[in-house]
Ligand binder design. Structure first.
Ligand code: CDP
Length: 239
């Protein structure tokens, strides 16, 4: 484990299924930091909307009703000693598996495009970041949630490679999804997330780009850790 006293915040943004959470989790573990999966929070709101019939079969969202219900949507993360992971809870129920389904993925970007939803979740995320020692991944972390993060990464990878990774992951959970469906979802979320009005996916000007199309997990981790170590030395020298 790295023995450094000054805690920093690390933002990881990027396109869907880029492996942001994989690198964020291993960084948080190595540094003994808190890992926050901001996408899981948007997914939990989408699941809530599905469970309460606030999304029509046509895909239309009853935005007024969802906005009204937002105060009743309680999201938190609880550590599971069996899996060694922080798992997402929605109103007290563990929804870690349900929020990863393709059904939720198919609706989450439009839910995440709603101003009221973003206001609620960004406020919670900003509060968590105040404690420092946070690794958070998402779409607007380096630009909106933690614009002052000491270190920012922006992850990219070839869309087919990303879709294949997500397809393998969903299949490993026993889902019978087709590759083309997953590719379609990955591409349409990228487009929607990048072009929405509120807090679109953008690379922060001070972010470091990681293209992990051809990188192994170890190579990627070493690349990121080198930046982290350097940044921590800089910060310790200033303090
Ligand atoms: O795992 P994957 O990269 O596919 O997505 P995710 O991080 O679980 O995020 C799911 C969706 O939530 C994204 O496609 C965005 O629409 C939305 N999101 C967002 O708008 N802002 C964030 N900070 C994180 C996620």
């Amino acid at each position: 484990m790295t023995s450094v006293k000054t805690k920093i915040n690390i933002a990881i943004d990027g396109y869907s299924s880029c492996g942001k959470s994989t690198i964020a989790k291993s960084l948080a573990k190595e540094l003994n930091y808190v890992y926050i999966d901001s996408g899981a929070m948007y997914r939990a709101v989408a699941l809530y909307a599905l469970q309460h019939n606030l999304i029509q079969p046509s895909g239309a969202i009853d935005e007024a009703a969802l906005e009204k219900a937002l105060d009743m949507v309680l999201i938190n993360f609880r550590y599971n000693t069996e899996t060694g992971q922080n798992e997402t809870h929605l109103n007290g129920m563990n929804v870690e598996k349900e929020i990863r389904t393709l059904q939720v993925s198919n609706h989450v970007s439009r839910i995440a495009g709603m101003k009221a939803v973003r206001q609620k979740l960004v406020k919670i995320q900003k509060r968590i970041a105040e404690g420092k020692g946070v690794v958070m991944d998402g779409r607007d972390i380096g630009t909106v949630v933690m614009p002052d993060a000491e270190l920012k990464f922006f992850m990219v990878a070839d869309a087919r490679v990303r879709a294949q990774r997500r397809y393998d992951e969903l299949r490993s959970y026993g889902s019978d999804v087709q590759f083309e469906e997953v590719l379609g979802n990955v591409s349409s979320r990228d487009e929607y997330d990048s072009s929405r009005t509120h807090d679109p996916l953008r690379m922060a000007p001070d972010a470091i780009i990681i293209n992990n199309t051809a990188l192994t997990l170890d190579e990627q981790f070493d690349f990121v850790m080198n930046h982290v170590k350097r940044k921590m030395e800089d910060v310790s020298n200033v303090v």
